[in-house]
Ligand binder design. Structure first.
Ligand SMILES: *Cc1c(COP(=O)(O)O)cnc(C)c1O
Length: 384
């Protein structure tokens, strides 16, 4: 984490007597994913050196994962990294964060198609593998990767220690889409972290909220929201909770629940689902409430939060939680990454972090492809 911009990697800011905000966005790409990916790249490098191997990384992104992965693996002579994004469907800033890194081992591909087309090509790459050399591994860096979860467990302990010295159960409100960050919190708790409730805070893509409120885990179409890094139809890490928390690590039982999903929704047996109440609360926040919260917090505290953080804060305010326990809100991205939402809240950003202003000055390099896996696999092979 030497490339982080703040000496305290994860500073705590007071919100009120009972609530603090944990700023996780001081890494090189100004989102909390740097905690996972900076760590992951060092761990992998250790094993690549040890085993004298190389890797090709392939990933699809609609937001922050691509830039965090590129930033973590650029300059690594044992790694080629190929990131696909749907052309015209990521924000200019997020695109520039990827395309302005000019390194020989970095390939940003803009695909004429949707995020799902990109994701499908990544999945087929893992089936195909014909483009790899003998000494190469193929690696995915999406949030299913367990090393990412490990990297995220640490800041829960760090923040709790600073806040309460582990003397009190606390609440965490986590803005989430794929459930990776919530699962890291849950894992920390299983490792002994004193905890009262985990607040699962989601945007209008509310599959997780429907599960925790109504025992209805059913796939619906994705809505575009002002917190785009949580725009998902299915929470890929949620299966881990079903397996560990509800099924008590009975893999057959877990597999059974997933056997007809997503064609049919997952509804757990009532007695099993009831367990949720021991540890989880949840809330879904719409776009207008999100913008309103950015506005209100700025007025009352002269403090600017990004739309993902706003979702986590609104959840806590709406749930009217027991004040006996201190609460930590996870702040997952720097507000300047989302200038349109900040503008919509009627706020003008006075100061851009230097890391951010840089990306608007640099030339963009990327490669355009149709959603044609063979053309892309040939490209990867010829650049290997
Ligand atoms: C990725 C991301 C999230 C969601 O993370 P999950 O692991 O899906 O919970 C939230 N906020 C920001 C800014 C992100 O980049």
């Amino acid at each position: 984490y030497k490339d982080f911009g703040s000496e305290d990697l994860a500073p705590l800011t007071n919100y009120n007597d009972n609530i603090k905000i944990l700023e996780l966005y001081h890494g090189p790409t100004l989102a909390f994913k740097d905690f996972a990916l900076q760590f992951l790249s060092r761990i992998f490098n250790l094993f690549l050196e040890r085993n004298n191997k190389n890797i090709t990384i392939i990933g699809a992104t609609s937001g922050d994962t691509g830039s965090a992965a590129i930033e973590a693996f650029k300059n690594n002579p044992r790694v080629n990294i190929i990131i696909l994004h749907p052309k015209g469907k990521v924000s200019e800033f997020q695109r520039r964060q990827m395309t302005t890194i000019h390194e020989d081992n970095v390939f940003t591909l803009r695909i004429s198609g949707t995020f799902d087309d990109c994701q499908d090509i990544v999945k087929e790459a893992f089936q195909d593998r014909s483009f790899l050399n003998d000494d190469q591994y193929l690696l995915a860096v999406n949030s299913i990767n367990w090393v990412r979860i490990i990297g995220q467990i640490c800041y829960y302990f760090y923040a709790s220690c600073k806040y309460t010295n582990f003397n009190k159960d606390i609440n965490f409100s986590v803005p989430t889409g794929n459930f990776g960050n919530v699962f890291a919190c849950y894992a920390a708790h299983k490792m002994g972290l004193p905890l009262n409730k985990i607040v699962v805070s989601v945007n209008e893509n509310d599959i997780l909220n429907r599960f925790f409120i109504n025992n209805d885990y059913s796939k619906q179409k994705v809505n575009e929201t002002v917190s785009p890094s949580m725009d998902i139809s299915v929470a890929s890490n949620f299966e881990r909770l079903i397996y560990d928390f509800y099924c008590d690590r009975d893999s057959d039982l877990c597999k059974n629940f997933y056997s007809t999903f997503p064609a049919k929704s997952i509804n757990l047996p009532a007695g099993m689902w009831e367990k949720s109440k021991d540890l989880f609360l949840s809330y879904a926040v719409d776009n207008s409430k999100t913008i309103e919260a950015i506005q209100n917090v700025y007025k009352s505290h002269n403090y600017l939060i990004d739309p993902h953080t706003a979702v986590a804060l609104v959840s806590v305010n709406k749930l009217n939680m027991n004040k006996e326990y201190p609460t930590l809100i996870l702040s997952t991205a720097h507000p300047a990454k989302f200038p349109n939402s900040i503008q919509e809240a009627g706020i003008s950003i006075k100061e851009m972090p230097k890391r951010l202003s840089d990306v608007y000055d640099k030339e963009e390099i990327s490669y355009e492809f149709l959603a044609d896996k063979n053309a892309i696999f040939n490209f990867i092979a010829s650049n290997n």
